[in-house]
Every structure is written in C-alpha cells, then in structure tokens.
Design a protein around this ligand. Sequence first.
Ligand code: SF4
Ligand code: SF4
Length: 301
Amino acid sequence: MNSRHLAIVPATWHVLWTYVLRRSNLPPPFLASFKLTQRCNLHCEPCPFWRQPTPDLPWGQVISSLAKLRQRGSRIVIFEGGEPLIWQDGAYRFKDVVAEARKLFLVVGATTNGTQPLDVGTDVLWVSLDGLQATHDRLRGTGVFQQALANIQANRTSCVYAHLTANRQNAAELPELIKFLRGKVRGITIQLYYPYGGKDDLWLPPDERERLLRQVIQLKQSGYPILNSIPGLRALMRGSWRCVDSLVDNVHPDGSLQQGCYLKGRDVPDCSCCGFSPHTEISLAYQGVPAAIWAGLRIFF
Ligand code: SF4
Ligand code: SF4
C-alpha cells in the first residue's frame, strides 16, 4: 500500500461530503485539466494548439494555479498541452511541476504524444495514439509511432495508458490497434475526435461512430483492457448524456482558469459532436453509475 492508497480515506470523505451529502446543481470541480503550454514538437494537421504558440506558463503562475485548483476542490490534476513534457521555464522542467503537484493532489497525470522519455514521475500517463503505424505517422509525422512505442516499452513504471482518439481516418483500424496494444500498456481509453472548426473530414458521422463503439464494447467484453465503462461507451454511441461539466476545471496556457467544458472558453460547444469521454465518464460517475465509478477507480488507483 502506498501513500496514494492511504490518501483514499480523506478523498472518499471529501467526495461523500461535497458531491453526495451537499449535492448542488453546480457541483464543484473534482478533476483539473492543466494546459501548461501550446507548444508542441509535432505539427499534427487538425490540431489547433501548435499553430498559435505562446510562451510557456511561467513557473510562478504554475505554482499559484496549482494551489488555486486544489483550493477550488480538484483532487486530480492532468497536465496537457500542446506537449506538456516539453514545458520549461529557466531551469525548471516538467518533472519539477509534477513534484509540486504531487504535494497537493491525490493523483497527478499527463497526456503526451509519446515522443519524450516517459519517466516523468506522474501517477498516470496517457500516450495518444491515432492508429496503426501508417495512419498514426500520416496524422502525426513520419517515425512518430515507433518513437512512441519505443518510449512505452522503455518505461519502467506501470502507469502508462494508451489514449485513442477515433476519427474518420482511423476508426476502421482501432479494433486492430486495441488488440496490438494488449500487454504493452496498462490500459486503453478511447474518445472521439471533436471537429474544432466545424464538421470536417476527420469527424466521425453517427453511423460510423456507432459501428466503432459497438466493436469497442465487444472487445471490452472479450477482456481487452479498455477502461471506458460500458455505460460510458453506450452514452458516446448515442451521442448524448447529461454532461456535468462543472466537475472539471481548466487552466489554459495563458494561465486563465475556467470551470466546465473547455470548449466554452474557445467557442460555443456543439454537444451533438462531442466525444470527450472523460466528461462522459465523470458525469456518469457523479450520477452514481457504478461502472463509471469503477472505471475511475481503475484508472486513477
Ligand atoms: S501531438 Fe498533440 S498537441 Fe502536438 S500537434 Fe499533435 S495533437 Fe497537437
Ligand atoms: S461539448 Fe461535450 S464536454 Fe462540452 S459541454 Fe458539451 S457534452 Fe459536455
């Protein structure tokens, strides 16, 4: 048993008191998504971040934002980007951010493109994969798939998950990718591509979305390590759920803080296109769906 497991007791009390006993229409945040930088060493075609590189958030603001997130209620923080593992300010590097975050949060995680060494001290780490080698490299750059795979295999911890974002170009091969990843990662999570600039070539129409998610559910039922819950996958398949987006806090790369769906800070969200499975799962967990609560426990503990 480690300190994270011991911390479950106060965390459970926090959850019971805040989200069950004092239920409100606008529950406070429980999970924070912290975008440390817009910079990225890759230039994926559909990605909006690398096109508007801004200076990385300075160390002082990182520290004060972490304290604010904790004070507002979050117990889990996930660093994102851009590519969070390349964040830097003077002598400070991403590992220093993780070390500070670990003092405040029950779980510290990150999402990465997998091109940097993965030994960064987080409790959980998602490597984003967009398909088998040819598709992944077409979307992300030549050689990126093998680089990510080599880093996954070189990693000595058991905290690495694969995170798959389904789009029109990769949906047909995701079942094969899931089979390929079995035994290589601790688990697999899946979400659906969101068309930031309006429905585009990567957006998965409802019939293809349904076909893929039926296959994913079958794979999960056959024992593949897919960590989305089945109710969560079914909600994604229908393309609608009661989204309790206030459970998520966001820090943007300019240091601004926003509660709720991060699209609300950029655009008017089109919920009919949404495939942000973390929001699906946390919303269902808040609504008391046991499989979604179990999915969260499996992922974070
Ligand atoms: S790796 Fe991620 S952050 Fe970087 S360009 Fe690609 S999608 Fe954007
Ligand atoms: S776009 Fe998705 S995450 Fe955002 S409010 Fe709509 S359903 Fe929730």
